[in-house]
Design a protein around this ligand. Sequence first.
Ligand code: NAP
Length: 556
Amino acid sequence: MSTSTPAADRTDQPFDVVVIGAGFSGLYALHRLRQQGRRVVCLEAGDGVGGTWYWNRYPGARVDIESMQYSYSFDENLQQEWTWSEHFSPQPDLEAYANHVADRFDLRENIRFETRVNELTFDDAADEWHVGTALGERFVAKYVIAATGSLDVSNVPDWPGLDSFHGEAYHTSRWPKEGVELAGKRVGLIGTGSTGIQLAPEVAALADQLTVFQRTPNFSLPSLNRELDPEYVQDWKANYTQRRKQVLKTHGAVLMSSVAEQRSIFDYTEVEREEVMERAWNARNGLEFIRTFTDTSTDLEANAILAEFVRNKIRAIVDDPGTAELLCPKTYPIGGKRICQDSGYYETFNRDNVKLVDVRADTIEEITESGLRTTDSEYELDVIIFATGFDAMTGSMLNMNATGLDGVRLADRWADGPKTVFGLMTAGLPNLFMVHGPGSPSVQAQMITTGEWQVDWILRAIEYLEDNQISRFGATHAQEEAWASELDTVAARTMHAKTDSWYTGANIPGKPRVLLMYVGGFERYSNWCIRATDHGYAEFEKKQRVSLPSGQRSFE
Ligand code: NAP
């Protein structure tokens, strides 16, 4: 395909595909579509590539999957030539990697930056999508691939007085590129999820005072991050081909130097359990910690023992017993929320310039001109940092105001929670594919590799549709119901559905409470997706000019 004319100049003609988002999945989709000779444009709201790793540039931002695995697998030269420096890559390294990939594969000429999609309308007559942007442009394409990320829409609670604050206020996902001067400042940090936990030690080291406003404590393990050992890197590079395949057969699409035991926690004496849990605590492996024993992720009694082990760690690290107790999660099972990994989070509370405030007991009432007021106290602050999370999984799709067949709005279809098939498609929005959409494993699996896998699935589908002159291809309600049932089946075996968090939408007032991702493991997920391609994607609805083979569903 000729790429000499910038995509930016060609909005007058329909595209084959509009890709939304230039994060890791969007970049890969763009690359593959260009290789296939498709006419494609990628629309990106930011002014650079990297998606999550472009937006979340707060101090301490770092991935919690090891770098040798959290990377693209599609190009052997790329994976051999790129060098990571740390076991868990910091945000600047991940953003640099995204930029390198964009340059290496000449992707920028097909990307329109600072172009936020705010309208998606399906034209039933032409079987095309009309993609509108905040700049007032309109792109027309046969297919849309929404690679808009699971954690894109920031959540800032609607506190009174938000606009009245005279100091500086930032949400962590919109951290200024030029950084924020924190030296000598009184900083308030609201939120103690993965983000707040990464940020607190960094802020404490710079600011005059740090006040952490905590509503719910989280379980966090030491990341034990370190420089990468060249021999370890070499071992991975020598074995990439085989290991990348193995990865897709695992639960989280990550190979672990596993510390998981093959038996119940109750098969061990108390002393043995402590030894096993101690090894797991030091394994740099937050994702797997919950599966230290066969029953710790499923049985509440077994889970309680693991949780108490972590609470005892917190009590041992934090000097002040009152603060330690406040930092101990006690209201939900361990692993119900994503387990965090930190670099000195609990130790931060031993510093003289750090204070913990329990805003469960003493609620934040308003943001004031000079700081923040809780029910019982006033806090004078120069900087407020909102580490208050995201309208996750569904926010980015719903923000695009999609209208599908017969004028049906996605917002109405998903009013009681998202309905999808594998998080890849949703009924009523034909020819529109999502990567890491609601109902996919998303953050439950290593997202670069599984993003590649999903994009490959989508591109194979598009190839099939083109080869068979199918102009309209969509998921059915029956497929959605079957997938919803599978989502429920696997959810029932985990702690996630039993816990209030962004996984269930419980972090956003009024959002339907539904477990938003697939928690049955990547291998099981991929088997479902592959089965659905059998017999010419028989379960999907299709429309084409020539008649369909018997037994195939049609829109008409
Ligand atoms: P989060 O887990 O949703 O945490 C948001 C925090 O803000 C919670 O502590 C929450 O308290 C608090 N909060 C929200 N509304 C509040 C209110 N009205 N009053 C007081 N506190 C309030 O968001 P996040 O920390 O940004 O993390 C989101 C996800 O991003 C993670 O689970 C992870 O998947 C990903 N992430 C990954 C990494 C990594 O790879 N290392 C790093 C950062 C983020 P409650 O718990 O009480 O709601």
